[in-house]
Design a protein around this ligand. Sequence first.
Ligand code: NAD
Length: 519
Amino acid sequence: MSVAPQSTQVQDAIDVRNPGNGTLVGSVPVLSPEAVLDVVTGLRAEQVAWEALGPRQRARWLRIYRDWLLDNEAALVATVQAETGKPLAEAELEVMLICDVINYYSDRATKFLSTERIRPHGILTAVKVLRKVYRPQPVVGVITPWNFPMMIPGVDSVTALLAGAAVLIKPSEVTPLSAVALVRGWREIGAPDVFACVTGFGPTGAAVVDTVDMVQFTGSTATGRSIAVRAAQRLIPCCVELGGKDPALVLADANLERAANGIAWGGLLNAGQACVSVERVYVEAGVHDEFVALLTEKVRALRQGGDEQPFTADVGALANDGQLQIVKRQVADALERGATVAVGGSATGVGTYFEPTVITGVDHSMECVRDESFGPIIPVIKVADVDEAIRLANDSEYGLSATVWTGSRRRGLDVARKLEVGAVNVNDAVANLFCFGLPHGGWKTSGLGSRLGGAHGLRKYCRQQAITVPRVPTLTSELLWYPYSRKRATTVARVLRLLVARNPRRRTTNNFKTEGDLK
Ligand code: NAD
């Protein structure tokens, strides 16, 4: 099995460029469906021995892999920066998060995947020993977007590998180099051949869906929907982590300084290209003006650029020109409909940079409030009270996550429980993503299923197998088996009635009074 296909199977190549300055930073082949099938067939063969190793030995390989990631951090971070144009501080986080996930799950894999003894629920099943066994999906396809090109494939792959699956990554055509590097590392440590990467456009991804046993997808809602349909046709499980339009609710009792700092970071981290970016802000009228002034001040202070000298830039480039056009269009639409730019508002004219932007006077008729922006713009809406903030926050087809900013923990919790989203951070942004015991998954059109979340993070890549074994020496036949007879059927019916009825009259009533009724 090899990452590089036979030359006859290569349809074309993808040139990868730094979006900040246009430099060519690498090239990968476009793999055909036949090449994908070859790779999956190889992975499926190798997976049998990988599963047989058991969680303890697999965790040993993952810890060696973590050390490789740490030893090669500088080169990995440089790859992320080269193909995304993001600042060093953000690129570094990607590698560290994978290592943290490896540690969390390696330390718990044996516990999370161990066979469970299940208590029989009644005296009829008490004669059996019941076991629930977690058996991995043979090959998991991990299809990923461009915004966190190392972290997303890394996190999803290491958990699936620990679960005992073989993993095939299909990274975004915009940023494939990070995933290629991840697989190269697995090879370099000499680990079993259960981790591969295929590169290409949508059709290569579709070929992955057509050949693997489970799909873990992260990307846009439109692609996720088409992948879910394709997976359904094959009757294979899929987990789709999709887009978002995360609201922030700033209540009148909030620490406005913290709210402004947190929302500036939550909205502009990764140049706003995070699924959990703060994409719209609802502020109670009493503190609206003060909050906007603070947020504007924070955003105006941010430095933008390629971070060529480390830590000289806070906000990086957009991933590609298509993304830049979306952001430009949304800002123009807002301005045409009467909104005001408090700071930023324009492309810089260099590469794909767009100025960090705050827009006020927006409403739900505007694209920047309805549609995913995935860019460095923060629209702010004045609301009469918290009820209006909750109503508007829930007025979206998306339901990924939200933030609530308030001086009262109780209020924060109360508002959180009224929001139609998969995660809520009170007085913080993005924080839930670093808590691996919590699930990360979207509601509504933001996704189906979730990643991480303690034991679920490994078990989701497994099929549950139920095994019953007799507890006592067995007879040559059972009461329920052939041949059926009136005497045995009546005995079974009486015993079952005795067990399932919950009051004395129903326990003893015989509804089969005549011979005809018993037929
Ligand atoms: P995208 O949907 O365009 O592409 C994602 C991946 O799917 C790419 O690898 C692409 O090649 C592949 N693909 C495209 N068509 C395919 C098909 N028909 N079959 C199989 N694979 C196919 O997404 P993108 O533009 O790369 O990423 C941005 C989106 O990702 C945003 O909407 C963002 O919100 C979302 N996202 C979600 C999360 C989350 O966890 N919820 C995290 C990060 C990004």
